[in-house]
Design a binder for this molecule. Structure first.
Ligand SMILES: NC(=O)c1ccc[n+]([C@@H]2O[C@H](COP(=O)([O-])OP(=O)(O)OC[C@H]3O[C@@H](n4cnc5c(N)ncnc54)[C@H](OP(=O)(O)O)[C@@H]3O)[C@@H](O)[C@H]2O)c1
Length: 262
């Protein structure tokens, strides 16, 4: 392969990427970076107004941006989403399973069955379902890539969330490994990014509510002495999605300022 060919293969060209949960935060930063690399993209989120704002932002960079509003843990929504990608683009090269989040930091004893269902559904089942329904389209490309967004919480421990979130994010890492083994022979790479605390609006709001003592402790535990910017997590996701990572599969990339060194 010449240098020129190699450079071309790093770019998105006519490739299509689906990013779930991309109306803000890490997902939106990832969508921006993929668009800049020349990918045509499809972004999802549940709130239509936020999604419309994100689409306007992204279309200022590139016209090849579509959106789909709905809960990506809902089988009906996921089926319609993938059908619309098949109809509108006829291909799918990259899936970024980013949708997720933690909504409380309760003690284990306080977690209800509904808390567990909601958190596992939003952070684990959504990724499983999107991946499974997208599989025939991904297989058809011959060299597709899936990136799951886990968390440092799934690799180690956290002061910012509860057992349900930690279990869901650890589950996503196991899912990544096993799926990478299964899909490698089909030319599909499956990897994971495990971000440390990243300054998005959702996290900033929860951080402000933490006691000063805990805040000082958390920052002291990060060798780089600060939280991540969404763009720094996006760079790792896009790297794993791209041909630059063509021999990497089943990996979990820690992007946490050194807070956890696996
Ligand atoms: N920020 C951090 O410190 C951090 C650290 C480690 C890992 N992570 C992980 O990184 C990912 C992104 O986090 P973030 O901080 O960027 O979150 P965020 O700012 O809250 O954005 C989450 C995005 O996902 C969408 N979303 C959530 N649930 C969804 C669902 N069921 N179906 C479709 N869309 C859904 C949200 O839009 P709607 O609400 O409109 O659906 C929004 O677009 C999450 O998986 C999170 O667990 C974040």
């Amino acid at each position: 392969m010449t240098t020129e060919q190699a450079a071309m293969s790093l770019a998105g060209e006519d490739r299509v990427a689906l990013i779930t949960g991309a109306s803000r935060g890490i997902g939106l930063a990832t969508a921006r970076l993929l668009v800049r690399r020349g990918y045509r993209i499809v972004i999802t989120a549940r709130q239509e107004s936020d999604l419309a704002r994100a689409v306007a932002d992204l279309r200022a960079l590139h016209p090849g941006v579509s959106s789909y509003a709905g809960d990506c843990a809902d089988p009906g929504v996921v089926n319609d989403l993938i059908r619309s990608i098949q109809r509108d683009f006829g291909r799918l090269d990259v899936v970024v399973n980013n949708a997720g989040g933690s909504h409380h930091a309760s003690d284990f004893a306080a977690l209800s069955p509904e808390d567990w269902d909601q958190t596992l559904r939003q952070n684990l089942k959504s990724a499983v379902m999107v991946t499974q329904v997208a599989l025939p389209l991904l297989k058809a490309t011959g060299s597709a890539s899936i990136v799951n967004v886990s968390s440092k919480a799934g690799r180690h421990r956290t002061d910012m969330a509860a057992c349900d979130y930690v279990a869901a994010k650890a589950g996503l890492i196991g899912f990544t490994r096993q799926l990478a083994q299964e899909l490698g022979p089909c030319g599909i790479r499956v990897n994971c990014v495990a971000p440390g605390i990243t300054v998005t609006a959702r996290v900033e709001q929860r951080w402000d509510q933490r006691p000063e003592r805990i805040r000082a402790q958390v920052i002291a535990g990060i060798p780089l002495g600060r939280f991540a910017r969404p763009e720094e997590i996006a760079a790792a996701i896009v790297f794993l999605a791209s041909d630059e990572a063509s021999y990497i599969t089943g990996a979990t990339l820690d992007v946490n300022g050194g807070a956890f060194m696996g």
